[in-house]
Design a protein around this ligand. Structure first.
Ligand code: GTP
Length: 421
């Protein structure tokens, strides 16, 4: 029997994803028509013998529990939300809920950061884990030297794939093999975390960590994985699958494109088809349109567009490389490109909403999303996708370029490279 644990964080995490996470917890933000974390759940339930998925985070239960219930109904697997009383770090919550994870004696469990996107080769990862008789197996991928500094960097023994060295976000180059935040763990990992926890508690008692962090807070990467390097218990499976993280809003557009692409082979029924094939408007694949959205027959959608439930798209309107969320409406003859239109927002007629993509260079091997900070060194806004927060009104005949509009704003003019607070 197998289980899965997905770390979904909490309200204070995911700040780079604002304003999109102001009205919906980041794990529930829809990418290619499904909440971000549902893609992970879907990958987990595809594994035979997987009986339970535990979502661990510190969002109030009311924000996640209804989603967990709905997922349980859809996938017919036990799915529970376990709420940390405060942020306990990437291993603290795991340890806090160890009895629930070990309940029923699973042979092992998948552990996943809730903000990663991939076609998750979980079967391969689990087979590799068993073959190595590992305590922990990490899914690894290549990054460029420059990008690797933003990730957990891994050095392995090339013959055995054992991890011999690990540094989380190093200040200088360590390795281009990086940690994807997707693991298989054997239940014995709780002995290791327990020993670290005892040591940390001892330091608390002796006053060494006064006020620096919560009792019970443990970082998986620095305090558990790094010390396991070279002990013969931790292995890395390097994969070449698509993998990215949702950090900035720009990364949502990038992940949207990849999940839509994945649907082609796995769930073709989720993709909209062009006129004459059952759909009413012109589609440049890949596009997902919720069945409750209303699209005018003369609208043109795609490539890489997702339109949420209840959204409306007017006559002659063009959508490209964008996400339109639930109940948003875009009136006639407008253009939306490299942008996200928030829930319940309204874009008038003859309006242009456009952003700048920040995609990795496809001609460079191993490049990943850069997720640059919002502002550059001179305090100016870095060009990025345009984000229209929820319940915003964008008037007709205006242009919104490389801008971010916070929720509930009523714009009255065109804006360029601005944040409207
Ligand atoms: P950043 O670049 O700083 O975001 O670092 P990172 O990519 O290493 O992410 P981080 O370690 O902060 O989080 C990895 C995953 O664990 C994310 O999905 C978070 O939502 C989740 N996470 C982080 N801290 C906590 C925590 O205290 N509790 C829980 N349950 N999840 C957490």
């Amino acid at each position: 029997m197998l289980k899965a644990v997905i770390l979904i964080g909490g309200p204070q995490k995911g700040t780079r994803f604002r304003p999109l996470s102001l009205d919906i917890p980041k794990p529930l933000f829809p990418i290619a028509g499904l909440p971000l974390v549902q893609h992970l759940i879907e990958a987990c339930v595809a594994n035979e013998g997987l009986s339970e998925i535990l979502l661990i985070g510190f969002y109030p239960s009311a924000q996640i529990q209804p989603f967990a219930n709905e997922m349980q109904q859809i996938y017919n697997v036990t799915i529970k939300y376990l709420q940390e009383f405060t942020a306990l770090g990437t291993a603290g919550g795991l340890y806090h809920f160890r009895d629930q994870i070990r309940f029923g004696n699973p042979e092992g469990f998948f552990l996943m950061n809730g903000d990663v996107c991939s076609d998750f080769p979980l079967k391969e990862l689990y087979e590799f884990h068993k073959q190595k008789k590992a305590l922990v197996t990490i899914m690894g991928t290549e990054a460029t030297r420059h990008q690797s500094l933003n990730y957990g960097c891994i050095v392995t023994n090339r013959e055995t794939n054992e991890m011999t060295h690990y540094v989380e976000k190093p200040s200088s180059y360590v390795s281009t093999l990086i940690n994807c935040g997707v693991y298989v763990c054997s239940p014995d990992i709780f002995h290791t975390i327990g020993a670290v926890n005892n040591e940390l508690q001892e330091r608390y008692r002796n006053g060494y960590m006064n006020g620096t962090r919560e009792a019970g807070y443990i970082q998986l990467e620095q305090e558990i994985l790094a010390p396991l390097a070279g002990t013969g218990q931790i292995f890395v499976l390097p994969v070449v699958n698509w993998w990215s993280q949702i950090k900035s809003a720009g990364s949502a557009i990038y992940a949207n494109r990849h999940y839509l692409q994945l649907y082609k082979t796995k769930f073709p029924e989720r993709l909209a088809r062009s006129k004459g094939q059952g759909e009413t408007c012109t589609i440049y694949p890949d596009v997902h349109v919720d069945p409750t959205a209303v699209i005018h027959p003369s609208a043109v959608l795609g490539p890489n567009v997702s339109v949420g439930p209840g959204a409306t798209v007017g006559a002659g309107t063009r959508l490209k490389e964008s996400i339109v969320l639930r109940d948003a409406s875009i009136d006639d003859r407008s253009l939306v490109m490299h942008s996200i239109i928030g829930r319940g927002s309204h874009v008038g007629r003859w309006t242009r909403v456009e952003g700048t993509p920040s995609d990795p260079d496809p001609n460079k091997p191993f490049t990943k999303m850069e997720n640059p900070p919002l502002f550059n060194k001179d305090g100016r806004l870095n060009p990025s996708i345009t984000i229209v927060g929820c319940s915003v009104s964008v008037p007709s005949e205006t242009i919104l370029l490389n801008s971010i509009v916070l929720p509930n704003k009523e714009l009255s003019r065109s804006i360029k490279n601005e944040i409207i607070l």
